[in-house]
Design a protein around this ligand. Sequence first.
Ligand code: 26V
Length: 828
Amino acid sequence: LWKLSSTYLPNDVASLQRSLVRHVEYTLARRRYKLDTSSFYQATAHSVRDRLIERWTDTQQYSAKKGAKKVYYLSLEFLIGRSLGNAVSNLGLRGAYAEALRQIGYDLEDIMSEEKEPALGNGGLGRLASCFLDTLATQNYPAWGYGIRYKYGMFEQRIVNGKQVEFPDYWLTDGNPWEVERLDVQYPVRLFGHVREFQDPDGNTLYAWEGGEVVMAQAYDTPIPGYGTYNTNNMRLWSSKPSHEFNLASFNAGNYYGAVEAKERCESITSVLYPNDATEEGKRLRLKQQYFFVSATLQDIYRRFKKNVGRGSTTMKNMPDKVAIQLNDTHPAIAIPELMRLLLDIERLPWDEAWEITRKVFAYTNHTILPEALEKWPVPMITELLPRHMQIIYEINHRFLLEVQKMWPNDTARMSSMSIIEESSPKMVRMSNLAVIGSHTVNGVAMIHTKLLKSLLFPDFLLMWPEKFINVTNGVTPRRWLLQANPALASIYTGMVGPGWVNDLKRLEPIKTMAQDPQFRQRWRAAKQTNKQALAEWLYRSMNIRVDPNALFDMQIKRIHEYKRQLLNVLGIVHRYAEITQATPEQRKTMVPRVHIIAGKAAPGYVMAKNLVMLVCAVSEVVNSDAACRDLLKVVFVPNFNVSLAEILIPASDISQHISTAGMEASGTGNMKFVMNGGLIVGTMDGANIEIEQAIGEHNMFTFGAKADQVAAIRRKMAHDPPKIDPRLHRAMGMIRAGIFGKPDDGAYNQLLDAIDPRKDVYLTAHDFPSYLGAIAEADAAYQYEEKWTAKCIEAACSMWMFSSDRTIREYAAKIWNVEPLPFRPPR
Ligand code: 26V
């Protein structure tokens, strides 16, 4: 068998062509004559997949043989984006495939755009998980991502009659060539049922969770290739399906249709991704999703680890030497009591031993301090769905509160705020407290965020465990966000410093001095112009909107949320519109022509966010058809923002806006992508903006607004002493209220504007408006000095190394996981 097993496939152009044709004939079962690009996408994907698979299986076999410690990144979301371009690029086969295809009449770029991206995440948190997977593979860390294979991903957003309408995202219609269904990897997952208490022969009390219903978790694996390395990691996503026992029991009961319906319910567990800011409905299904995912994942990790137990001197106690589990927010935090259950009820370890292992295995990343986003589950719901876990959570809490009591005797206020259980009616389980107590390390995602985490969210936990809380500032992968998304800029970089920058962004630093070279600036501008031109063409082709590629391109592209303040942006645009319509011909000449691009999805139940989408669309309608704005202002709402669209938009931006109310955006990662691509930021002192400004220099960023430590005092002051509203804001609001942009029957715009009333303006929109206009004006002024502007962009872009996820992951590896790279060297 070993002799028959294949060596690595050949990658010369002729071999790639034979491989493509073989897949056309044998995988797609089509004849050799000309196929449409969509079929040829399938064939190309399969040909590339063959080349991933050989590296993937070898990497996995190698790390199993070495018994290396592995990182498990548990995330309910992964926003991986399209795979074909990423795979050929990371494999180093982009040129070869492009040529192989060209010779037989196909264009690689066209074929790539046939791919439908899996949208298995909401936004920043899911995209971060995917940037991390790219870096983990590139840096040769033994690491697996675990998640859910939702049948329906993030909804598709369309604008119908000026409003957001959601359509189901059934992303699997054309199949998915990037995944492998592992029919040999299935686990039973129990839900509901009861706990049976019994004694072992030594008289110890034991617990068994029994009854209820059992569904099966089916594994689907996707290879995650590193760049410039053979190492290829795995992303394992779970799909739910009925178990065999389930079949027999319910069908034999004689209720055929009822039994079929029950089977359908099993599959519904992994049917749909929940949008954040979702309302109460469907909460129970979300908890089921979380536990289903966690149970399957831990069984899998546990099985892999157990292969080592008994080998040499390995015992259960060694689990933390082989396994590091990172919890991406609290969504998978039920893993903490689940591991305890396995160690107590299945392994029959004593509590203290089980608890020590558990705490050494888990670490928790917090991604938001907004109270409405902190997960809480009703005690009755957990008791019904996961009765044994509820017992274990109570026991964890009981033992923890004894420690609190020791440290702060009779401090009931502290006890109740630190307790895992909130004494409300019904009682609630605070998942963030559970995650902090059950982890060895808790991290925030940007310096300011970690500071606020310590001081506002977990101050008492910080006193108890000062070493537990650390910062690991987010980062993004330069492979997707520079090399793939921006070939024009990437080739300048490679021409200057060679190709090594892709894995080592620090190598761009020396290019900063080139900001003084007029010829270099010229080349830099040409690259930006290429990207702006490409976007202008895309906007014309797909939205029938014409924009001038010489105008300043200003973008705000992210989920629609009040704290992100798209409203501030729109009010700024309306102000500009007013200025333009009143300007004299002389004044018009001094104005900077602008194209404003806004994109992002509003959660289906989030009324204010949907109102905002409406307002943006209405403003764009009016502005774009007003002759006075012709050459000075265009406003575009680009529907269905996703990873692929970001790859087109970001490289074409001059300015991007990251203007959250200070203290509310944990980090932001779009901000990093824009600056790396040679754009500048208009932003508040929030999230990673602060560290970006430090890295690129104050003179290269347009900052404004209240600082985080001022926000509370400003709110208090405004409440009892409302300030006079800025006349420019007054005018802009007046125009909206007057109906210049239409008057929706439901009063949608008034609802938005009423929230700016200084007495209840939680987001400080009115307060920050004047300084916001100031920052925008500064940006406009700077943009008019082309040479200076280009120098700023060069300096900024080449100072961004610390926002590469490569730096981020090195920090996680050293400070949290204690894992080492394990490069796999191929045979020959
Ligand atoms: C909450 C919920 C609750 C209801 C069901 C679905 C769901 C999904 C996600 C969330 C929490 C989202 C937290 C989040 O996405 N935080 C973002 O994380 C980014 C990566 O660290 C960071 O850059 C952003 O600033 C932060 O908002």
